[in-house]
Ligand binder design. Structure first.
Ligand SMILES: C[S@@+](CC[C@H](N)C(=O)[O-])C[C@H]1O[C@@H](n2cnc3c(N)ncnc32)[C@H](O)[C@@H]1O
Length: 174
């Protein structure tokens, strides 16, 4: 496990460089704000099996799932691009996710959009970007629509975690 990720999970804190903050939502401390180690290990196993050249992630926050994914990508692929989007990175999350990615040494593989996924995804599809793996963990109210868009427009393989939908209605791959 990358040392930055290990430190975050062990101390259950993050920092913006001047202030140390708890690893929790700044406004709603009881809301899940990151994947736990069990979920992260599952991501690692999926990445190791799929070996994506291009992967995508919706919902970044403090970058915990991104650190799991990038660590697994680094272990699995010589060259990989991980596309990430979150409209609130520099505001609500104080740029800490990007800080963590830089500190962990993964900045070169991450392409970040500080925008809502519902606006970024159609552009990526129009650009013809092919994604081998996608993790959807954004604003779950819109997850169903995003799933539908992906299936209709792109046919991208994806993994939807912590979905607001009941499990039997989830689309886990396409
Ligand atoms: C549960 S957190 C993501 C946690 C992250 N995947 C992890 O495990 O470390 C959900 C994130 O979705 C982001 N978000 C909210 N609305 C979004 C949208 N329309 N598009 C993309 N991300 C969104 C929030 O800013 C928040 O950072």
């Amino acid at each position: 496990m990358n040392a930055v990720l290990e430190r975050i999970l062990t101390t259950r804190t993050v920092t913006d460089g001047s202030t140390v903050l708890p690893l929790s939502h700044p406004d709603f401390p009881n809301l899940p704000v990151h994947m736990d180690e069990r979920e992260g290990r599952m991501l690692e196993r999926v990445i190791a099996a799929v070996r994506p050249a291009v992967s995508l992630e919706i919902g970044f926050a403090y970058g915990v799932s991104t650190l799991f994914i990038c660590g697994a990508l680094a272990a699995a692929c010589a060259v990989a691009t991980h596309i990430v989007m979150d409209p609130h990175q520099s505001t609500q999350w104080r740029g800490i996710g990007l800080r963590n990615v830089r500190e962990a040494g993964y900045a070169g593989m991450v392409r970040f959009y500080e925008e809502q996924s519902e606006f970024v995804l159609p552009r990526l599809l129009a650009e013809g970007i092919k994604v081998d793996f996608a993790l959807i963990d954004g604003w779950h109210t819109f997850q169903l629509r995003e799933d539908a868009n992906l299936e209709l427009c792109g046919g991208w393989p994806m993994l939807a975690l912590k979905s607001a939908q009941p499990p039997q209605q989830r689309s886990q791959s396409c």
